[in-house]
Ligand binder design. Structure first.
Ligand SMILES: [Fe+2]
Length: 299
């Protein structure tokens, strides 16, 4: 059972507990989110000029789009203003920036089917971020930059939360994966990494939950939610930003999502930095997470 809370009044502590229990939280109108979306739209518009970003795929080949995005995405991710926006958003929504560590915000692009759908614009199949070595304390923040629709957004599989889904996360090693990532951007080569995925496809009647937040809104969910990008059949490109946060108190106490079927090696915690000063996650906390593959529950 997943509850969706729209513009809730509860505080950050209660929000984390509810997200760890599988709920999803949507804020529909946050000025700091709207400001980040406007900032990102400006940069994207510049990158694709003179074409309109949502229809640029009609004027550029998939190869040209890939080339533009390979140059543009790191520029956006590491723009000092990007992480400053994240800090303002986290603070505005009641989290304590001295306790929160975040990774850099990622720009996601989903071009309509038939265009660029691999590598730099890969549409993620059903997965949990925890299968990619995310800590069970991770919260995901997802915001659209232009209006989105059920035909180009993302979806959850609520029945999969806290329930074992046989998967290939045991073959995922965080360190190896990242070595590949840097090679890929250097060589502009095809991405042949095996994505952690369910062993068998989800049944066609698997219940789905698709939320469509407005621009200026954001969706929060646990990194242990089973979710996927929806193949884009809307005719226009979808642009969204997502970032991840953890609260150090949760890392220390172990409070987090269930992670019933996670067998990945290593941790992505090294990607997270404290919102107030950019400090890394303390060594003693890192040591507790950077472990060899855990034995998944129930196996
Ligand atoms: Fe994900």
């Amino acid at each position: 059972m997943v509850d969706v809370h729209i513009d809730p009044e509860f505080d950050d502590r209660e929000r984390r507990d509810r997200l760890f229990a599988g709920d999803v939280v949507v804020y529909t109108h946050v000025p700091e989110i709207a400001a980040f979306a406007e900032f990102a739209r400006g940069l994207i518009t510049e990158a694709f000029a003179p074409f309109e970003p949502r229809t640029v795929q009609e004027h550029r080949t998939p190869e040209e789009l890939a080339e533009i995005l390979i140059a543009f995405k790191p520029r956006f991710i590491h723009h000092p203003e990007s992480i400053a926006h994240v800090r303002r958003i986290v603070t505005a929504l009641g989290a304590d920036p001295a306790a929160v560590y975040a990774d850099v915000p990622k720009l996601r692009t989903a071009f309509p089917l038939g265009g660029l759908t691999t590598g730099i614009a890969y549409a993620f199949q059903p997965h949990r971020d925890t299968w990619y070595s995310a800590p069970l304390q991770q919260l995901n923040w997802w915001l659209p930059l232009w209006p989105v629709a059920p035909s180009n957004v993302m979806e959850f599989y609520p029945r999969g939360f806290g329930r074992e889904v046989p998967n290939t996360s045991s073959s995922y090693d965080y360190t190896e994966w990242n070595a590949w990532r840097s090679r890929m951007s250097e060589l502009n080569t095809r991405d042949t990494r095996v994505q952690p995925a369910p062993v068998a496809p989800l049944p066609p009647d698997e219940p789905r939950l698709c939320l469509v937040p407005p621009v200026g809104g954001v969706m929060l969910f646990s990194g242990d939610q089973l979710h996927a990008s929806i193949p884009n059949t809307s005719g226009v490109a979808r642009y969204s930003v997502d970032f991840r946060t953890v609260d150090v108190a949760d890392l220390r106490s172990g409070r987090g999502a269930p992670g019933v079927d996670v067998a990945a090696t290593g941790t992505s915690l090294g990607d997270f930095h404290r919102m107030t000063d950019g400090a890394a996650v303390p060594d003693d906390v890192m040591a507790a997470f950077d472990r060899p593959a855990a034995v998944p529950h129930g196996v």
